[in-house]
Design a protein around this ligand. Structure first.
Ligand code: URA
Length: 234
């Protein structure tokens, strides 16, 4: 059990004084109930929200609209990473991206410091589908749909599990993967003679990219999103 004011201040987002004010204004809830006292105790796993946004069970969960040009890493000596988009206090919390997107890939990236949830989301046996929008050279067709559905072995021997492909016309398609091997979408489409010219991740299990987020924009997950993600890997 931990004091509510301590838990909120530990996120690095508010000072103790600001936390008191948030609670006084009735903007904080603990397990769905409006919090009344800063010294109130809460369990580490009890959801705490400010203005309906989860601050997590002592954990942080952010959705980022990754722009092209940034590495999906926590730090790099030479290049900018997705963490450079976040305010300083988030960088002190040990956040890391859940799965990597290539430098030039855009779209949904979940950032958290909840290692257990991240591990479960990435395990192929959890069946968390990742959906990508790909623009390619050429037109994806029924033969590509069948090849993806069968699963494929790439030239270097990499085995890819069966995957979904939906042609959208105009050289675009949706690709659904359960795993996340290095450059997997690009390599599978290239193996079909359809090199990728643009790639964007749209969703990960029940979590969809908030199209209201501009490229480079981020927000904390809502309580509903976090609950759905947890349920997806139970
Ligand atoms: N597959 C790719 O080829 N690249 C990504 O960034 C994600 C999936």
């Amino acid at each position: 059990m931990e004091r509510l004011d301590k838990r909120l201040a530990a996120t690095g987002r508010w000072s103790r004084k600001e936390v008191m004010e948030l609670i006084r204004q009735g903007r904080v809830s603990v397990g769905g109930e409006t919090a009344l006292r800063p010294e109130q105790k809460c369990e580490a796993h009890t959801p705490v929200c400010v203005d309906g946004q989860s601050v997590g069970g002592g954990m942080t969960y952010l959705m980022l609209h990754k722009p092209g040009g940034l590495l999906s890493a926590t730090e790099d000596k030479r290049q900018s990473t997705v963490l450079d988009l976040l305010p300083e206090h988030y960088r002190r919390q040990g956040l890391f991206p859940v799965g990597r997107l290539d430098k030039d890939t855009e779209g949904l990236l979940l950032l958290t410091n909840d290692g257990e949830l991240a591990h479960r989301l990435l395990a192929p046996k959890s069946h968390v589908d990742k959906v990508y929008l790909a623009h390619v050279e050429g037109q994806p067709d029924e033969a590509d749909v069948q090849a993806f559905a069968r699963g494929m072995t790439l030239e270097d021997g990499l085995e890819c599990m069966p995957a979904g492909l939906v042609p959208l016309g105009e050289g675009k398609c949706l690709v659904t993967l359960r795993e996340g091997k290095f450059h997997q979408v690009k390599r599978m489409l290239a193996a079909q003679g359809k090199p990728v010219t643009y790639l964007k991740r749209l969703s990960m299990g029940p979590l969809s990219l908030d199209e209201g987020l501009e490229k480079g924009g981020w927000r904390t997950l809502t309580e509903a999103e976090l609950t759905a993600l947890r349920a997806a890997v139970e």
